[in-house]
Design a protein around this ligand. Structure first.
Ligand code: ATP
Length: 499
């Protein structure tokens, strides 16, 4: 039977809740919009993805170090970064039922796409299109700016001076610590600082499950470069031939929405990507997303059109994934932030943010690859969800599968169970392994398939005679028989993927 690929968000939500992957938080109280809890299987999946990201971008590279910053930091950070002033979306309230909506989402739901609209543009479009409250059809008020940062107070007094913010991005913790980091670690340009951690945005209308949450995890790198050497990338030769699906701002401005497949070098030569380091980070980002199992034809690189660019960016590309139930959506942004952040922090803190490079003082420019873990996980689940022979299978790459091996006695009694435990005890020291003896073997395989366990080891009658077991492969259901003495070697062939 051909696998079904048109998964819906409802299918995924149902699977996530029923199989311990993700739950809306505190379901006993009806949940809280925009907040999610990862269950036992989801927590493993998160760790696999985070650890692989950290390994790929931090541990194996000489030029990148990692930090772990605080969630609440000095509030001046957010004044200097521009978030206090301009990290806003526009909200509209229904005059009748008081429901609140994000103004651009209301337009988007009517097929009217707006990119970073001004307050005036939004007001005009809402009026012109006679947009009413989706719930009660009541009249809507005028849109108003709404700052997305969550606030709190530090210490017992709730005063203006104790007001603080939960970080809306992890990046600023890298900028405020940049000086301490490069001095203490004796870093020389070019170098990167990476961080994985929570970010909080009080989204007006969180929706589409993990895609738009109010608390989520970012995986970010700020890569610092001497602006005079923005085209001097020593790794360029390794990536320039790689093909990417690119949709340029120019094409979008001409009304074209189809991407073209070109090499990174062609994108650079035709000036579609403005600097070598930026092009390098676009490809390097895609390489990791491919590595964890997202397919090339479902990933594209879309340039921000002028009106969409954030206040700090001169050029930005979004890596978008094709979600069959939402279309192309951003899972990572790669911005050229120039020296904007370091200059602003220098201005507000009065601390010199320059460093020496080739005997000259420079304020480095920054290329920022910024991934959202939860969106990457949603993409992975979307890609992996298949219906094979009427049964749900999560076809996750063995590299990031939450559980790598299931061990099953064919019958749930002695001597099968003792033998199966012996096999489990060998494997669990090397791979995340589960032991399952509950229910029929068919049910156990099905349960494992639903959480994406790539390999199943079955202990049967023949095992008791000749010490061999079967290895079942999740995606093909093909089975092979191997001696227990060779089992580790055999599973490693499949599970230990090349770096
Ligand atoms: P959007 O336009 O969809 O709101 P953004 O452009 O504001 O996203 P960035 O500020 O570039 O997002 O954040 C970097 C990454 O953080 C995004 O690519 C995304 O993966 C993740 N992210 C941002 N907002 C959310 C959210 N509300 N829920 C989950 N992940 C998010």
């Amino acid at each position: 039977m051909k696998p079904l690929t048109q998964v819906t968000l409802e299918d995924l939500t149902r699977l996530c809740i029923s199989r311990g992957i993700v739950y809306p938080t505190a379901r006993i109280y009806g949940g809280l919009a925009g907040f999610f809890d990862y269950g036992p299987i989801g927590a493993e999946l998160r760790n696999e993805v985070l650890n692989d990201w950290w390994w790929y971008y931090v541990k194996r590279r000489e030029d990148i170090v990692g930090i772990h910053g605080s969630i609440i930091t000095h509030p001046k950070t957010w004044v200097a970064s521009g978030h206090v002033e301009s990290f806003v979306d526009y909200i509209v309230r229904c005059k009748k039922c008081q429901s609140e909506y994000r103004a651009d989402h209301l337009l988007e739901d009517q097929g009217i796409k707006v990119v970073n609209p001004t307050l005036e543009e939004l007001t005009k479009l809402l009026n012109e299109n006679n947009i009413r409250c989706p719930k009660c059809k009541g009249e809507l008020g005028n849109p108003e700016p709404f700052n997305l940062m969550f606030t709190t107070y530090v210490g017992p007094k709730k005063t203006k001076s104790s007001l603080a913010y939960l970080r809306p991005e992890t990046a600023q913790l890298i900028f405020v610590n940049y000086r301490d980091i490069y001095i203490s670690m004796r870093l020389k340009l070019p170098f990167g600082i990476a961080q994985i951690g929570k970010a909080f945005r009080n989204e007006i209308s969180p929706r589409n499950f993990l895609f738009r949450a109010r608390e989520f995890e970012q995986m970010e790198i700020e890569y610092f470069i001497n602006p005079k050497k923005i085209n001097d990338c020593p790794y360029w030769g390794d990536v320039k031939h790689i093909k990417i699906n690119l949709l340029s701002a120019e094409k979008q401005e001409e009304g074209i929405q189809e991407h073209e497949e070109i090499t990174a070098e062609e994108a650079l030569q035709t000036d579609l990507i403005k600097s070598t380091w930026h092009a390098y980070w676009v490809v390097e980002s895609l390489k990791w997303l491919w590595r964890i199992g997202l397919s090339k034809d479902k990933l594209r690189v879309r340039e921000h059109v002028k009106t969409e660019l954030a206040h700090y960016a001169v050029q930005t590309f979004d890596i978008e994934y094709y979600f069959p139930y939402m279309g192309w959506k951003e899972i990572e942004g790669i911005s050229n932030r120039t020296d904007y952040d370091l200059r602003r922090h220098s201005e507000y803190s009065k601390v010199d943010m320059s460093m020496l490079d080739d005997g000259e003082k420079v304020i480095p420019h920054v290329i920022e690859p910024s991934f959202g873990l939860d969106r990457v996980i949603l993409a992975l689940l979307t890609e992996a969800y298949k219906i094979i022979d009427k049964r749900r299978v999560l076809s996750l790459s063995p590299r990031i599968a939450p559980i790598k091996i299931g061990v099953y006695p064919l019958l749930s009694r002695e001597p099968f169970t003792t033998k199966a435990r012996e096999v489990y005890n060998i494997l669990k020291e090397h791979y995340t392994t589960i032991y399952d003896q509950k229910g029929s073997i068919g049910r156990r395989y099905a349960r494992a398939d639903e959480i994406g366990v790539p390999l199943g080891i079955t202990i049967d009658g023949q095992t008791l005679e000749d010490n061999t077991v079967t290895i079942r492969f999740r995606d093909t259901r093909h089975q092979i028989r191997v001696p227990i003495t060779k089992l580790l070697e055999e599973v490693s062939k499949y599970l230990k993927q090349p770096p």
